[in-house]
Design a protein around this ligand. Sequence first.
Ligand code: R5P
Length: 338
Amino acid sequence: MVSAILEGKPDKNLILVTGRAHPKLAADVAKQLGIDILETTAYDFANGEMYVRYTESVRGADVFVLQPHSTPVNKAIMEQLIMIDALKRASARSITAVCPMLGYSRQDKKHLGREPISCRLVFDLLATAGADRIMSVDLHASQSQGFFDGPVDHLIAMPVLVDYVRDRLDLSNIAVVSPDAGRIKVAEQWAQRLGGCPLAFVHKTRDITRPNHAVANRVVGEVKGKDCVLVDDLIDTAGTIASACHVLKEAGAKSITVAATHGVLSGPAVERLRDSGAREVVLTDTVPIPESKRWDGLTVLSIAPLLASAIKEVFSDGSVAELFDTYPTHHGQGFLFA
Ligand code: R5P
């Protein structure tokens, strides 16, 4: 009798839900997947607390909860947490927290005594809420995925960005530049993907007692006369990128193209980027970038196809790693995880 009831039911049921942080990205991912987003009622109470409820059953479904931790970060995180909690209590079969940008990713270690490791806490909160799996793009430090005691699909936006840059620059004259020593490994992969071009980095120092305060001192490596591709995981106030552009120009760079995954663009970022002398700034849409923060020199690439492909692979028990082995197919060689 029971098996008769179950007959004809699909083995698996994929559901995509989203919070209110980036509805456009969720819609783009749903379109790529060829599904509708499950409707969620969500609103704020007068005191700032949030309420969510799904309008249909999620029982037995593999649910993907898409929400980048964009500004206001704490609200985006909390909304995703209560969405996950609601799914757990409504008997979803599996819950994947899709965080295209993970909040607090930069706070992955203690620099001084008596500091928190906030990135670890965010992973713990997602686990406590009920997430079985986490999917994110370009964590600030790849090894942070070890903060979660379960599968973490760490996607990299590099294939998307490299493809765009490769088609627009003279490959024989490129140098890839890391804006600080910490991202050299990622920059090295960029250089490999761009035909083994020269690599340089900016020696940056920061005052760890002040937020968003970094000083680019000098360029290490040869950039004179080069078309420089300056790569970073995120641009927040653009202090890092603007000062890196400054020292690159001083070192005789011919042109600068900035490529970064997360365009947070807080405070003076847009003004700084416009005045930086970069010929183009290329970002992805892991976080929303409103029209008011766009200008002619900015290109925003869609991360939706990558997220949708990864969701498809996870749902169908395929391989996310192979996704990067074959992406972009027309350029051969795959990507290593930094
Ligand atoms: C630092 O290590 C990061 O990779 C970014 O370069 C930095 O956090 C960006 O912040 P801002 O744009 O405020 O300099």
